[in-house]
Write a protein that binds this ligand. Structure first.
Ligand code: TEU
Length: 558
């Protein structure tokens, strides 16, 4: 397998709005990131992924862009950005930016012109269509509820918006649009950035006949109607040939609707396309046909199988990305661990999982200190457009809203967007003024300062585990084999290369569990790393694992 830097990288994702506020307007900013670069470097990561920092009216917090070559006023200036890049590079940290080009803001000058006149050359930058009998051109639903079409102001036609009505979809059929995108990419690459995370890149090509969909399940609509459109690979290859191949950069495409069967079309080594994609197999577990607020039970066996299937799919041809949360999902310790009694143990166990899989690792801000979900008492406390639109839809459907608020506590994107908890002072040291989104009140005991002072903290465990990965290249490049796939509590796998075999044993439960390993031949296990302080108790081939205990062993074949 070819060795390259972006496969070995550990990426730290920053949601700038919630990271660090230095001008005390309650909103994080670029100078805040500069201030914390030493902290990021000391984690041991290699790359920062910056969520959008471009000009935006913030209907969807920066994912609705009104100027692609300038910085959002609340975040600072282009000079601040240049300084951030310089300061990051001087610490050997790379920066990748979010490229959001499936849609723009409706306040982008292209859309303003497009809306103003049917004769404008910008009309064809977007998808405008006639309605059907006074209604939308087809029955497509938006990710944020309601129709994916909105009638233009004083217009007889409708424009497509797969996300909010303030996020009109660009018409990639138009070569002028594609040229604009290439120009934007070059603008940032020529400044020296190190790559892009490409927002919903799987959605950029549409079936421009815009047929109705018969699918009821929203995930089916994504998989079969919105994603993997007829020209998507052509558009991505063009981006590669026009722009990307001229730079040594990392690319990761966000890939709703990409399946293990289709993934290599995006990331296969010979495809001249992307380095990797984000799939949502594990994050969509427990979500029913109406999407993530339609909750059903799931279990660890399904979770393990997602990792297994994706590793297998990408092992030879492509490359995988590994992440357990981001700005769109619940906090990973709340979603996959136990954020109450075993918060520390389970956060560390998840760190072992995240950093011992094959693929490029993405760690989301705050997860390194075990930040948890938040349970705001009222919908008024929430900011996220997806949360609010789902709440309003549930209200219209006559749902029990106390129950629905509990689902929001579990699933809302704002769980991951509460301000970063730096210390126990007012607002968690994020800002001296009331932040744009309330802090999680647990900042008083869950914060960076407290973690720094405790050798046994989650943060210090992350630093150890990151060093461990860096010292064991087989964790990056070696083979992966899932063991005990039917066990409902234990996640056990091997990582190996021709020199070394490593066994990872993770107890994903609140219970003590016994584990007996097959003794084929004579083998000795040496524990290299554990999330508990004392080594696991062992008798012969039988181990007793404590709740959420996670261990990494070296296997010696005697
Ligand atoms: O998310 C796209 C996407 O697939 C999301 O719908 C995701 O599945 C959802 O948020 C889960 O609840 C990207 C960005 O990451 C997200 O923040 C933006 O809102 C969205 O695109 C539109 O740009």
């Amino acid at each position: 397998m070819k060795k390259v830097w972006w496969k070995e990288s550990i990426v730290y994702q920053i949601y700038p709005r919630s990271f660090k506020d230095t001008d005390n307007d309650g909103i994080g900013d670029i100078r805040g990131i500069i201030q914390k670069l030493d902290y990021i470097r000391d984690l041991g990561v290699d790359v920062i992924w910056l969520c959008p920092v471009y000009r935006s009216p913030n209907d969807d917090n920066g994912y609705d862009i009104s100027d692609y070559t300038d910085i959002m006023e609340e975040f600072g200036t282009l000079d601040d950005f240049d300084e951030l890049l310089k300061e990051a590079h001087s610490r050997d940290l790379k920066i990748i930016m979010d490229l959001v080009v499936n849609h723009t803001s409706d306040e982008h000058p292209w859309f303003v012109a497009s809306q103003k006149s049917k004769n404008s050359p910008y009309r064809n930058y977007y998808h405008w269509r006639k309605g059907r009998a006074g209604k939308a051109p087809n029955n497509w639903p938006s990710f944020f509820k309601g129709s994916a079409w909105e009638r233009g102001k004083n217009d007889s036609e409708y424009y497509l918006h797969l996300f909010s009505k303030k996020q009109p979809d660009l018409n990639w059929e138009n070569s002028a649009v594609r040229k604009e995108v290439h120009r934007i990419m070059k603008f940032w690459l020529d400044k020296g950035i190190d790559g892009f995370r490409m927002d919903v890149i799987s959605l950029i090509s549409k079936d421009i006949g815009f047929p109705d969909t018969d699918y009821e399940d929203f995930y089916d609509v994504i998989d079969h109607v919105y994603a993997n459109g007829p020209r998507v690979h052509e558009f991505i290859r063009e981006m590669y040939e026009e722009v990307l191949c001229h730079y040594d950069v990392m690319t990761v495409g966000e890939g709703p609707g990409i399946t293990p069967d289709t993934a290599n079309l995006y990331v296969g080594h010979s495809r001249k396309a992307l380095n990797m994609i984000f799939h949502f197999g594990h994050l969509h577990l427990g979500s029913n046909k109406n999407g993530k607020y339609d909750v059903v039970p799931w279990d660890l066996r399904e979770f393990k199988s997602v990792f297994n299937i994706w590793d297998e799919a990408l092992a030879g041809e492509g490359w995988n990305s590994i992440f357990l949360g981001n700005h769109d999902f619940a906090r990973m310790v709340s979603r996959f661990g136990n954020d109450a009694r075993y918060r520390k143990e389970s956060a560390k166990l998840l760190a072992i999982l995240l950093l011992s899989m094959r693929g490029t690792v993405f760690l989301y801000q705050g997860d390194e200190i075990g930040m948890t979900n938040v349970a705001f008492p009222s919908i008024e406390d929430y900011n996220d457009i997806e949360t609010i639109s789902s709440y309003r839809e549930a209200e219209r459907a006559g749902r029990d809203m106390d129950e629905f608020l509990k689902i929001i506590h579990d699933r809302s994107r704002d769980n991951a967007r509460t301000p970063m908890q730096w210390n126990h002072s007012e607002n968690g040291g994020f800002s001296k003024t009331t932040p744009w989104l309330k802090c999680n009140p647990n900042y008083r005991h869950i914060n960076v300062a407290e973690n720094e002072g405790d050798p046994d903290s989650i943060l210090n465990f992350y630093r150890r585990m990151i060093r461990f990965r860096k010292n064991h290249s087989l964790l990056v490049y070696g083979g992966f084999q899932l063991l005990m796939e039917d066990d409902p509590d234990l996640f056990v796998y091997k990582r190996f290369d021709k020199n070394l075999e490593i066994l990872v044993v993770l107890n994903f439960s609140n219970k003590k569990r016994e584990l007996t390993l097959d003794a084929h031949g004579s083998r000795e296990l040496i524990c290299l790393l554990s999330n508990y302080d004392k080594p696991v108790s062992q008798q012969g081939n039988t181990f007793l694992l404590r709740p959420w205990e996670g261990n990494i062993y070296k296997v010696l074949n005697l």
